[in-house]
Write a protein that binds this ligand. Sequence first.
Ligand code: C2O
Ligand code: CU
Length: 564
Amino acid sequence: MDLSRREALRLGLIGAGGLLLPWPGGGSARADQPCPEGAACQPHHPHEAAGPYVPSRFSPQIPRFERPFEPLEVRYGQPLGQDLDAYRITMQSATVEIIPGKATPVWTYDGTMPGPCIRQQKGRGSVVRFVNQLQDAAGTGIATSIHLHGMASLPQYDGYAEDLIPFEHYKDYYYPNDKAGPFWFHDHAIGHTSRNVYMGLAGMYLVDYDHCDFLDPSQAERLPSDAFDVPLLIQDKRLDGDGQLIFNDNLQRSLYGDVMLVNGVPWPRMAVKDRKYRFRILNGGTSRVLNLRVMASMDSRSVPMEMVVVASDSGLLPAPVSTASLRMGVAERYEVIIDFTGLAGRQVYLANPLQAVNRDGDLRTTSLICFDVTSGPADTTPLPQTLGRLTPIERLQAEVRRPVRTFRLDRLGSQWVINNHGWDPRRIEARVDPCATEIWRFVNPGGGWVHPLHVHLGHFRLLSRNGVAPPAHEQGMKDTFYVGDFETLDIVGRFGPHEGRYMMHCHNLVHEDHDMMSQFAVGNGGCDPCGAPARPLPEPSSFDEPIGIPDHECSTNDDGSVCL
Ligand code: C2O
Ligand code: CU
């Protein structure tokens, strides 16, 4: 057997100790065999027409800032071999209480909405067994696909929209965790992502930074950690008087909820100490753009406070950036420090002032969470001065060897399209050389819509928006870009390390489903991703095949930067 470790990994075939073993749900060797011209690797699911227009009603009033804040349930893996952690997550329905006294049926990862927050050590691979036992209220099984958003996964584990896990099947997804950042996992089922995520299929997945991520590792300790490092998953929902979630995508245009949930709790109240906290914030909604601000209530006044951004979608910023507001399209993430020092006895609010772009103008969405500040031990740790090691943008630009590729985000009739096409699994919008660095241009020609555009596989840098450099907090590593009305964005990034077909799409999930999704191929996209076979239940009681990952090295580029 002459396959190098690297090649074997690419095929998903490598076993612990370097043994080559096929493993359940493992990659298929078809990755290197191109499909016959025009053949579909997966059945194409035709676009479904919109139902009749039904205006949205307001949800029942829910008292704000009464329910206590709930942290996400943190999940650590079970060591499975030397370099690998195993997780098991079951997709199942459950009920939660959003309106006091009413049971709300939701779809969950392991019984909670949102799902658990996976905390994964960098440099150790993980295998997550996703077991599908999800049925809707009528008892119909729901097919799912799971994408770990932010991870450069092999194509067969990337949650390809047509690569579904049928009801009463399971599949093992393998993730390399070779990059740290505030990632998240969510459903990606073809044509039904918006419904499935809205119904509850979303969770966070934090890969912890290690010393290689920091320009000056001694600065790492200055970031608030443990109890002072708090994920906030923000979502908007709409409910009827009985507590049922209403999924209304307004003729496949957008869905705006009027109940703001933080970690599944409507408008919670959180006790904090008078010190610095680090919040890892995710806009996990469907369509709504957030515009976060922090307001301290001082006697009868509201005083704006600054936030210090330390990381964006896929990693640390080069240095902390202070800002008064933070705009976040769906799927964008920021890690921010809020300093409550000197505010003991006061209330501080995370606010979300109205923005025309959301088109619902609902005043109930203008606040998210109330912090009650109490006094605690003095916080004397200064803010870090430097953070991540990033490749200079000029260097990435110098690596580009081909003309800019343009992707136009449009409305064609009643469909959302990229370069005039809806989703077609047989169509490849761009063929990219492995490890090539390219500049991609996203054009929103106007029409009143915002498109948070997500490109799978890569970690990119935003060069410009309408020719102007973006604010500093948008200049770090990102995978989702807010493309506003009449805006043109240029991004630059390297495409790798894997080859295969990867999706790109608008992360307004309603746009994504109807049909603003496309794909690119790195190298020989071939028939990949055909995906890995889903296996029927019952599952074996353990992960019975050894699964290995490459030895982790703190790999740096010759300019001392990591990854990008
Ligand atoms: Cu967060 Cu293709 O998705
Ligand atoms: Cu869009």
